[in-house]
Design a protein. Structure first.
Length: 385
């Protein structure tokens, strides 16, 4: 009888035991049933070019895809539960999916031409002069477009790098730099435009800073770093730079003078092999509490790669309550009938309930000669905040 009573008690304990408490960084399984999914828009793959949350909850994605052998970039709207509500091809002249920058939609038409406008509103065309190649376009709070690019000097000495600003009307802003244009001292591999139109670029080793008039920022002398190609605005006038050094990711924070901000991390820098090891950062964003999310790819021993998200407290200390002691390594989703072997992250957004949307690309194993990745598919996941 005693044995029976013990078994009955144990059975009762199993019945009433509470479910494990979900942690920040866990997949939110109210989204797409499993917290993540990938899809095949028109049967020929694709990738995510932009992510925003127009109402604070439901994702809107800009997706690169093709259909019947022609480009078919599309808007994809999801429900708050992670189901596709609408998939609409974007009409020509679009040949690629537009970038989403806050309320703005940026469409590249050619190496010299873009359209810029608010979602649902009128767009203007921005055209750089002949002979200039535009690499990046960013929009400030006033709707002015700053374009960064290069040109071949034509004398065998290589390329000149430049920035131009255009008014919200699409006309060149002659008040910027000299006649609307500024020559940059270094290759602009990473670009940040602040809401007040300051421009920061990085060549991977140091930052170039211009004020809102296109002049070198007064007193700014950049600290140096290695392979730092990702820029983001920090609190106040600070600047965040992320990169990798010897296979370990890192973030440094610079003051408005360009010097290391020693209030952040350890003497201005945060890096730990246990958290950042093999993580290649692609972007940094700040949440409403000032915490940092660093997202990118984690390279595995087998040569494959997973999506990676690391969360830090505002002062640079790793948030050990997030996922696996500060970082989340995971797959963004799978395609039925395809052998998915890797994922990259290109976009992150935080909804009004502090949940983390992570969008990017899933790749299969169909790798051609001289290619690093297989066929791509758009993918998205939602993590608890």
């Amino acid at each position: 009888m005693k044995g029976i009573a013990l078994l009955a008690t144990a059975g009762l304990m199993l019945v009433v035991a509470p479910a494990a408490h979900a942690r920040p960084g866990d997949l939110d399984k109210t989204f797409a049933k499993t917290g993540r999914f990938a899809w095949n828009p028109y049967g020929t793959g694709g990738s995510v070019a932009g992510l925003t949350l127009p109402d604070g909850l439901r994702p809107l994605l800009s997706v690169s895809a093709s259909r019947n052998g022609t480009y078919a970039p599309s808007w994809v709207r999801l429900t708050s539960l992670g189901r596709i509500a609408e998939q609409t091809p974007i009409p020509r002249p679009a040949t690629g999916a537009p970038a989403l920058q806050g309320d703005y939609v940026v469409m590249r038409l050619s190496n010299q031409q873009f359209t810029v406008g608010k979602r649902g509103g009128q767009s203007v065309t921005v055209t750089v002069p002949a002979g200039l190649y535009a690499h990046n376009l960013r929009v400030d709070k006033a709707g002015r477009a700053i374009v960064v690019g290069s040109r071949d000097r034509g004398d065998g000495t290589g390329y000149e790098h430049w920035a131009m600003r255009f008014l919200a009307s699409g006309a060149v802003d002659a008040s910027y730099g000299t006649g609307g244009r500024v020559v940059l001292p270094d290759v602009p591999n990473g670009v940040l435009v602040t809401p007040d139109s300051r421009l920061f670029t990085t060549n991977g080793e140091r930052v170039t800073a211009l004020d809102a008039a296109g002049r070198p920022a007064a007193g700014f002398v950049s600290a140096t770093f290695k392979h730092g190609y990702t820029l983001a605005a920090g609190p106040g006038e600070t600047l965040l730079v992320a990169g990798t050094n010897n296979g370990v990711g890192y973030i440094v924070r610079l003051r408005s003078s360009g010097r290391l901000d020693t209030r952040f991390g350890t003497r201005g820098r945060t890096s730990a092999a246990s958290v950042y090891g093999r993580v290649d950062p692609d972007l940094i964003i700040r949440d409403r509490r000032g915490r940092l999310l660093l997202a990118g790819s984690h390279y595995e021993d087998n040569g494959r790669f997973k999506a990676a998200v690391v969360r830090l407290q505002a002062r640079g200390k790793v948030d050990r309550t997030f996922a696996d002691r500060g970082r989340k390594l995971f797959g963004l989703g799978w395609i039925p009938g395809e052998r998915i072997v890797g994922w990259t992250v290109s976009h992150v957004a935080i909804d009004q309930r502090d949940r983390i949307l992570v969008a990017g690309t899933a790749y299969n194993d169909d790798v051609a000669i001289r290619e690093d990745f297989g066929e791509p598919y758009p993918a998205i996941a939602r993590l608890k905040g």
